[in-house]
Write a protein that binds this ligand. Structure first.
Ligand code: PLP
Length: 405
């Protein structure tokens, strides 16, 4: 059960007014608010335990290293990854996918190979593959979506062949809310000898993730969408893949020995963590994971399903509103357009009513083209949002109609 009153009191950012109205924060797909537990963990670490990690011989370095490596263990448990050294700290989902493209992609892909992505991908799971394809000459194939925003599984199956080396797919669409059947996609990829990378940027804050159950080969997510700090994220990959992959960046931390002739690499995961890492970011992410676990992702998923059903119903009651993305399995994202107003005008008017949504292409320009839309407005819900906030969104949309219709 979700104790909304207690949960909302944990998020200082929610308890404020904007433009003289109570804030209704519905921009969680872009980045989520932070609970006091995360803010305190970050402040505590800077105030009491701060030093650079690893190789330190003094007390603070030891404490910092323990906290940083402790956060890695929390991430491992959160994803149910087999081993802690398979957890690589990166800046976010974007860097995680760039790491895989630049390291695994450059090392393993050849001209004539194919990487399959989908029409609903965020730019973060398109452009890294394009950058690498330009250098190597492999092909990028795109699996289409159906009109309701589901992935067209038959078309995906038809795209796969012995040329397919990787299927790179989002777990949950940041525009449509669609939750993809990852286990099925992984099995299809593996049946063709291909690997599967999952973009978990949107999913980790909405549903339980178990990489062993999913069976995928790479999983990427960002701390800031999981109620943690910005600038920290995670790449999980199978040990044998990470072992075979060359380093992504060179510098300190990632080496075993360096001479002017040649260098050798540190063991996993440090081979992929060149330079001083975002120590306090990782610790804050660990605190965010503890916080989310305290509520429980199964409870979060159940609560948000109910909230999404309610919000969908009331949004559909506003004349001239069309919801974009109606797949049967959806997370709590509501993209929509109105017949009377441009999404950017909707966003600006909602802001004046205290309702924070996002308007634009949501870093998914090819998807917008497929949908035949320049932009959508997007209300995205977290477990701290309420039915009353969905009502506030709808009341504000009625004002939009009064002004524009
Ligand atoms: N993938 C998806 C589905 C996203 O929604 C986002 C961010 O909105 C990203 C990737 C990129 O995440 P980040 O900007 O944290 O690297």
């Amino acid at each position: 059960m979700i104790d909304l009153e207690r949960i909302r009191a944990d998020f200082p950012g929610l308890a404020q007014e904007v433009h003289g109205k109570p804030l209704v924060f519905l921009d969680n797909a872009a980045s989520a608010q932070k609970p006091r537990a995360v803010i305190d963990a970050v402040a505590h670490h800077y105030a009491h335990d701060y030093a650079n990690v690893h190789r330190g011989v003094h007390q603070l370095a030891e404490r910092a290293t323990d906290a940083y490596e402790g956060a890695r263990e929390k991430v491992r448990a959160f994803l149910n990854a087999p081993a802690r050294h398979e957890i690589v700290f990166v800046r976010g989902t974007t860097e995680a996918i760039n790491l895989v493209a630049a390291s695994w992609g450059r090392h393993s892909l050849r001209a004539g190979d194919e990487v399959v992505i989908t029409e609903m991908e965020h730019h973060a799971n398109i452009v890294p593959w394009q950058l690498m394809a330009e250098q190597i000459g492999f092909q990028i194939k795109v699996a289409p979506i159906l009109d309701d925003g589901s992935l067209d599984m038959e078309a995906l199956a038809a795209l796969l062949s012995e040329r397919t080396r990787l299927v790179a797919v989002t777990h949950m669409s940041n525009v449509l809310g669609t939750v993809n059947p990852i286990r099925e996609i992984v099995d299809m990829a593996h049946a063709h000898g291909a690997l599967c990378l999952v973009d978990g940027a949107q999913s980790v804050s909405h549903l339980p993730v178990d990489v062993q159950d999913l069976g995928c080969d790479f999983y990427a997510f960002s701390g800031h969408k999981l109620f943690g700090p910005t600038g920290i994220g995670v790449l999980w990959a199978r040990e044998e893949l990470l072992e075979a992959m060359p380093p992504y960046q060179g510098g300190g931390e990632m080496i075993r020995e360096v001479s002017f002739e040649r260098s050798t690499w540190a063991e996993l995961p440090y081979k992929f963590e060149a330079g001083t890492p975002h120590i306090v970011g990782a610790i804050g992410l660990g605190a965010a994971i503890d916080y989310v676990n305290g509520i429980g992702l199964a409870a979060i998923e159940a609560y948000e399903a109910e909230l999404l059903a309610y919000a969908t119903e009331v949004l559909n009651s506003v004349p001239g509103v069309r919801i974009i993305g109606t797949a049967p399995h959806k997370g709590s994202v509501l993209s929509f357009v109105m017949d009377c107003a441009h999404p950017h005008d909707i966003g600006t008017l909602l802001d004046a009513e205290g309702v924070a949504v996002r308007a634009g292409h949501h870093c998914a320009m090819p998807l917008m083209e497929r949908l035949g839309l320049p932009a959508t407005a997007r209300a995205s819900f977290a477990f701290y949002n309420t039915r009353e906030e969905a009502d506030a969104l709808v009341a504000a949309l009625h004002k939009v109609r009064e002004i524009f219709a």
